[in-house]
Design a protein. Structure first.
Lengths: 479, 284
């Protein structure tokens, strides 16, 4: 267990180091920013008319220096941006700050059903605002690129050199700068489907977007930290859920890990027969889609399910494994951890048995020659070896368990519900509570606050891991 | 070293027997629920939960009902289409990102990696509702195209395993090819891709399985458009609605139809799965 103790000690050290490095990094960043802008100022001051014109007309310098295609592309970008801002962007930015002012009118159709018509939709205005800001940021960076490119091209011409042709640029994109072409589409995907949505949700935490302010029928606006206060006032629900989330993640991760390792050791024991059959049995449960095996488990453990029938036939009292509200929901809590063992042990088993087979035999040989007992061999050779290789996996699992929506939602839906006011049940994790808050209760702003806290918790754990573990240092180790 | 005596040998055989016994007991525990759902698929009597483990009558009617069902065959086709397309796309994205980050040194590299790590820590859910509105704004909500885009773009951030693998491939290969006049893109296609087979299989396997198993993203994006459901939400729908009493045995049969091919695929490719998780640390 010394590995784990060392891990948490390192964690503290890593956190402290990270915190201490923040001011230095900020200062470094500010310094670089200053250098960057002073260079642009100096170029402008020292440049001739062509250079100065390039600051207003993107690509002008490039065109002048006969980098025609590159210059025209920059110019087209500028024209497109101006058109975009005039037609759409300006309104979108303004809308971002107001989040809508005109309430829709309610109209009634011939069947007497009412629906909102016209007016502003705060939700869309927030989204369009974010997209407009991202386009503006992209444009600004392209603008600086174009200025740099124009200045350099003009300087090259003045020195009698030929600036790079467009063909050479393209060649470079398949050669030395291949990474730029390869990363372009993935980065676009990430911006559109991860960055924008995350900003969108984070910003929602600072609005009044709840069940009383649902677009398109009504508007919501900026309310600062009001939703944070509201969430904390939900009858202590937050801390109860947070506490259980951490307990759950701890047990779910470490119990699975060690139990899985023990099963792997059993299967890989020299004298045990039928290794392949046992392994296949366990792999079977990994391969069954999780939503199926969890729904099966839910029915299997039901108060009227087969397991309880078996218990009743044996003359004992039935147990409501997933719904007993007594003892603060202790029974459902234990049940979900046990079901998680059923789901998770095969994964660890599969991974650790792969590693076990690869532990160099010499290590054991020399251990045995020194007269070490099997237990001793396990503690000082097997365990550290496995821990070393799987420590990134272990952290991933921990963070994954904090966000283990499927397991909880499909088994208990967070129930049994006994916590007053907050709507959270005894087995609710932050993530399932977030789901209820948004999908069921439509309190999107509180949901967003919960999401931010979940992120912070995961971030702290991951930070530690990645700053101290082999995962980042392993690069180059094999070269 | 002492030669093991007779007593030690007996002890060892006893220990082996105990281990064997524990494993058999565990296997039974692991198989009971799986066998149960398989049996439910063949149960002739209707109803959701019955108080006995083995069905009283066996029938294929539940399976027959699946394929005469108005929607189930369609759900299978939907899922298969989404799985194949998003598998190809996310493998491409993952490999491009992993190769770029493994083989090139450039100014923003560290920044990219850190941003990717931070983004990966936001609960996927948090962004889900926003993703739904983005698709709604461009008129793609409730469509399979939206689902393909969501699953594929996951590949852009899931590059860690593949990058770790590329890091273990010796740089001297690249250099040798470059001395022979190969450009970077040729190095990628001719040298790296053939060597990356294990990681391609792992990435493809994970991407292919996602649409069959994920149901929460699909549920939010597809909404009430039952025509374009994937099997996961279709089956969930059967047991979560008020009709669950009627549909339970059919759900069990449907689960088997989904699970059996996946199980076979997985058993077949489990070696790659282990290699993927351990980041290529395990070879062989």
């Amino acid at each position: 267990m010394s590995g784990i103790a060392a891990f948490f000690a390192n964690l503290a050290v890593a956190l402290a180091r990270a915190a201490r490095s923040v001011p230095g990094r900020l200062a470094g960043f500010a310094g670089r920013l200053k250098d960057f802008f002073s260079r642009y100022g100096a170029d402008f001051k020292n440049g001739g008319a062509d250079v100065r014109l390039s600051y207003a007309v993107m690509g002008y310098g490039s065109i002048k220096a006969r980098q025609l295609v590159r210059g025209i592309l920059f110019l087209v970008v500028e024209i497109l941006f101006i058109v975009f801002m005039a037609a759409f962007g300006g309104k979108a930015v303004a809308g971002f700050f107001t989040l809508g002012t005109r309430l829709p009118v309610t109209v009634e159709n011939e069947y007497g059903i009412t629906r909102p018509l016209g007016g502003d939709n705060s939700l869309l205005m927030l989204l369009y605002g974010i997209i407009a800001f991202i386009i503006i940021i992209c444009f600004i960076s392209l603008y600086f690129m174009s200025v740099r490119s124009s200045v350099d091209a003009l300087a090259a011409r003045a020195a009698g050199k030929k600036p790079k042709s467009f063909r050479e640029d393209l060649d470079e994109l398949l050669g030395a700068r291949l990474y730029a072409s390869m990363l372009f589409i993935p980065v676009l995907c990430v911006i559109a489907l991860t960055v924008v949505p995350i900003i969108y949700m984070v910003l929602m935490a600072f609005t009044s977007y709840d069940r009383n302010h649902l677009p398109p029928g009504s508007l919501f606006g900026w309310t600062g930290f009001a939703a944070f206060g509201k969430m904390l006032s939900l009858g202590g629900g937050f801390f109860a859920v947070l506490g259980w989330t951490l307990i759950w993640a701890f047990f779910a991760t470490f119990l699975n890990y060690f139990a899985g390792m023990i099963v792997a050791l059993l299967i890989n024991r020299k004298g045990v027969r039928g290794k392949k059959i046992f392994r296949t049995v366990f792999v079977l449960t990994i391969a069954v889609p999780q939503f199926i095996s969890l729904l099966v488990m839910r029915n299997f453990l039901n108060l009227n399910g087969p397991l309880n029938e078996f218990i009743a036939n044996a003359g004992m009292q039935k147990i409501d494994f997933l719904g007993d509200p007594r003892y603060n929901g202790l029974i459902p809590r234990i049940s979900v951890i046990v079901v998680n063992l059923w789901v998770g042990i095969p994964y660890t088993m599969l991974i650790t048995s792969g590693i076990l087979m690869n532990i160099p035999a010499e290590l054991y040989e020399s251990g045995r020659i020194d007269g070490a007992s099997p237990a001793r061999l396990f503690i000082s050779i097997t365990l550290p070896y496995i821990l070393f290789i799987t420590s990134p996996y272990l952290i991933q699992q921990f963070v994954g368990n904090i966000n283990n929506f499927n397991l909880i939602y499909l088994l208990t839906e967070g129930g049994p519900v006994t916590l007053g006011g907050s709507g959270a049940g005894r087995t609710d994790l932050l993530i399932t509570w977030l789901y209820k808050m948004t999908i069921d209760e439509k309190n999107y702003n509180i949901g967003a606050v919960i999401g931010i806290f979940t992120f912070l918790i995961c971030a702290v754990f991951s930070l530690i891991v990645y700053s101290q573990s082999g995962a980042t240092k392993r690069e180059g180790e094999f070269r | 070293m002492k030669k093991p005596g007779f007593g030690m040998r007996a002890k060892r055989i006893a220990a082996d027997a105990v281990c064997e016994g524990i494993l058999i007991a565990l296997s039974v525990v692991w198989l009971i629920p799986v066998l149960w759902i398989a049996l439910q698929g063949f149960r002739g009597e209707g109803g959701a939960l019955v108080s006995y483990y083995f069905p009283k009558t066996f029938t294929f009617a539940n399976y027959a009902a699946l394929f005469t069902d108005a929607l189930f065959p369609r759900w299978i086709m939907n899922t298969l289409t989404v799985a194949v397309v998003s598998c190809v796309m996310s493998v491409m994205l993952t490999l491009m990102v992993a190769y770029s980050l493994s083989r090139f040194k450039f100014k923003q590299k560290k920044f990219f990696m850190n941003v990717a790590m931070v983004l990966g820590m936001f609960p996927g859910f948090m962004s889900m509702i926003a993703v739904y509105y983005i698709f709604k704004a461009i008129g793609l909500d409730g469509t399979l195209i939206a689902l393909v885009i969501v699953y594929s773009s996951g590949g852009a951030l899931g590059f860690y395993v593949a990058k770790g693998y590329f890091d273990t491939l010796s740089l001297s290969l690249d250099e040798a090819a470059k001395i022979d006049g190969a450009k970077n893109w040729q190095v990628f296609f001719i040298i790296i891709l053939p060597l990356a087979r294990p990681i391609i299989v792992y990435t493809a396997l994970m991407a292919f399985l996602a649409p069959w198993t994920d149901f929460i993203f699909a549920r939010v994006i597809l909404g009430t458009n039952r025509e374009s459901y994937t099997v996961a939400i279709g089956l969930y729908d059967w047991v979560s609605t008020t009709r669950s009493n009627l549909m339970f045995t059919q759900f069990a049969a449907g689960s088997m139809v989904v699970a059996v091919p996946i199980v076979l695929l997985f058993i077949f490719l489990q070696k790659y799965y282990v290699e993927g998780i351990t980041g290529g640390a395990v070879k062989g």
